[in-house]
Design a protein around this ligand. Structure first.
Ligand code: PLP
Length: 378
């Protein structure tokens, strides 16, 4: 039996997305002024309208990109391109944001990072009250699942006229999103996190202020993301999002119950283990499918390999910067001791997760941790 516990890295494509993609795979250039172009453009417009309607945006504000990473880059670089730019961000961002901010800093931008507590939450400071070229913060952290105070961040930053970018890649399709009500300037999402195709990002971008284009080309999509749009991928993304949002209420209830059972059983059966952000006196609000657990003294590589040998697929830190197992910058920023950070595992549940998967995991985990502890910390 294979049990997949890495839905936050990527989740299987929904059948409705596969079918919609196949149905529209033959569509031609939506920029063409002849009949086939108009037909392709009609499908694209419908996809935009569906996505805009679900996310509380205007259709013109929906920009398709090649990934969530690209959506983050277009927004942040587009606002902070000028010399002497000032950026406010956080130390727990996904590399799509973190590396972009670091690169801009290396090219002369000044950067203020908001502090983060052991609860996994970004703390608001007066760095938000001075005008910035861009303020960028994630809505929910991809490792811990901790839901960040984005409403407060957006209102404080916009009060002094700073454009705000919200990386909502872990949130769109999982929690309700209302772009207009949130009041952020731009927002990034990624289709493969909610059962759409991989390689499709969404940037919601207000008409004003608007980021300066990073790419140059044919002027498609308000010039913000020039290039011929993949009509089939856009339609498949809209179909996936529609289904994800329809199922959200019931699915979040089901997942959080399974997740709570997983955490309760594991923390009871594995000595010294704890839920990294949920276990505190005042539990942090976390995405329903996220179980981030810490097993102090266990070796991260050994845990992953031993779990894999039992058919359990999970990750230590973030799968997006995997390959080399480094200590998580998120847990470091939260101030977790090194041996706790090195012994952290992220289990993320999703649409295909069943009670059998949970039973499978909790039956093997105590033995896996005992063995991984005998190897020692990284
Ligand atoms: N931002 C967050 C919070 C993420 O979790 C991810 C992917 O894991 C990304 C950005 C990057 O998205 P993509 O894989 O579509 O480039």
């Amino acid at each position: 039996m294979v049990s997949y516990f890495d839905h936050a890295a990527t989740t299987p494509m929904r059948q409705v997305a596969v079918d919609t993609w196949v149905e529209h795979a033959h569509f031609l250039n939506p920029g063409g002024q002849y009949r086939s172009g108009r037909e392709a453009n009609a499908v694209l417009s419908q996809a935009r309208e569906t996505i805009a309607g679900i996310l509380g945006a205007d259709p013109v504000e929906v920009i398709f990109t090649g990934s969530g990473t690209e959506a983050d880059n277009v927004a942040i670089r587009g606002f902070a391109a000028e010399p002497g730019a000032r950026i406010v961000s956080t130390p727990i961002e996904h590399p799509a944001v973190r590396e972009t901010v670091t690169d801009l800093e290396e090219h002369g931008a000044s950067v203020d990072l908001l502090p983060v507590g052991l609860d996994g939450l970004v703390q608001l400071t007066d760095a938000l009250d001075q005008p910035a070229s861009v303020v960028t913060c994630m809505w929910a952290n991809n490792e811990t699942g901790a839901i960040q105070p984005v409403t407060e961040i957006v209102s404080r930053a916009t009060a002094v006229g700073s454009p705000v970018h919200v990386d909502a890649v872990q949130v769109v399709g999982h929690l309700p999103v209302d772009f207009n009500a949130l009041g952020t300037t731009t927002l990034a999402a990624s289709a493969h996190k909610f059962g759409g195709p991989r390689g499709v990002g969404i940037l919601l971008a207000r008409r004003s202020p608007t980021p300066a284009p990073v790419l140059t080309g044919g002027g498609q999509q308000r010039g913000l993301r020039p290039g011929t749009v993949d009509v089939a991928a856009a339609a498949a993304t809209a179909a996936a999002l529609e289904e994800a949002v329809d199922e959200m209420g019931a699915e979040n209830k089901r997942l959080s119950q399974l997740r709570d059972e997983l955490i309760a059983t594991v923390t009871h059966s594995v000595p010294g283990s704890y839920a990294t952000v949920l276990g505190a006196d005042q539990p942090t609000e976390v995405l329903p499918g996220h179980a981030h657990l810490t097993f102090p003294g266990a070796n991260g590589d050994a845990m992953i390999m031993l779990l894999d040998s039992h058919g359990i697929e999970a990750s230590t830190g973030s799968a997006c910067n995997n390959g080399v197992n480094q200590r998580s910058h998120v847990l470091e920023a939260m101030g977790l001791p090194d041996d706790h950070a090195d012994g952290a595992l992220r289990f993320t549940l999703g649409r295909t997760t069943t009670q059998d998967d949970i039973d499978h995991l909790v039956s093997v985990l105590p033995d896996v941790i005992e063995k991984a502890r005998s190897v020692g910390s990284l």
